[in-house]
Design a protein around this ligand. Sequence first.
Ligand code: HMG
Ligand code: MG
Length: 299
Amino acid sequence: MTMPSHVRVVEVGARDGLQNEKTLLPVAIKIELIDRLSATGLRTIEATSFVSPKWVPQLADAAEVFAGIAKKPGVSYPVLVPNEQGYERARAVGAMEIAVFTAASEAFNRRNINASIDESIARFEPVLARAKADGVAVRGYVSTVLGCPYQGEVPLADVVRVAKRLHDLGCHEISLGDTIGVGTPGKARAMLKAVASEVPMAALAVHFHDTYGQALANILACLEEGVGVIDSAVSGTGGCPYAQGASGNVASEDVVYMLHGLGVRTGIDLDRLIDTGAWLAQQLHKDTASRVTRARTGG
Ligand code: HMG
Ligand code: MG
């Protein structure tokens, strides 16, 4: 067992969380969310997404949100970018870290970004070249690593190939996404192991949606394999609007509670995170999906 002593939690609630919520939050509330999150000790907070506003109207205000957040020294605020147009919009407001995204499944990619895997990577190439010249760090997402809503099974070899390609192209970190939350711990572990045979474990992150209630178990299996970066969303919000049946990300509060219980350091103040999760649920007029926040707030 190679459990890390410290884990970096990548908070994706303001992006993955809000992109799939029915309630459209005002810009000021999104900014307050991100500023509250940066006060919890989180070091990486995905802020928004510069995709087509026709495809994801929830994040059409990306530029205003990004411009309005109080950038805390030592905290990075990556933003999603699907193409050069997104890159230009992100750079216009000063983004210094971006995330590109593709999938291990052709069928999902077609629905999500209207492109094949190869076409999506061809779109990223100029983005990565410009990012390198501009000193912008790039994260890469691989979706549907444990199953696809349209294709079903996703061969491990496809996950490994796409992850390696993104890493070879210059992505400093590859986040492996179980987009529809169908994975189970044995499969999650085998998937991570297979990718880690081609991409260094230090460059890998895991990204679980909790559709089938397996996310924490999957994360534990991956921690035991040595992964040191975990994506999660405060209050367990979100999901991908173009992945049929996808539900929220694993809740950050639940991940941090588990990590601290395991003696793994995160640098995050759990109480502040719980307050933020409870506050966000109120803003969205829904119950929190975090079991920890429910337990602590009686909600
Ligand atoms: P398209 O329709 O094929 O693109 O969409 P296009 O190049 O033909 O452009 C169509 C229109 O969009 C044009 O406008 C463009 O200007 C505009 P029009 O001429 O019709 O007025 N456009 C843009 N506008 C603003 N910003 C841009 C941009 N690009 C084009 N960047 C495209 C292709 C990729 C743009 C579209 O499919 C898209 O935006 N998809 C995003 C879908 C999405 O955001 N999904 C959720 C994120 S992925 C996810 O959640 C998974 C993850 O969490 C990991 C996991 O869980 O597995 C990361
Ligand atoms: Mg996701």
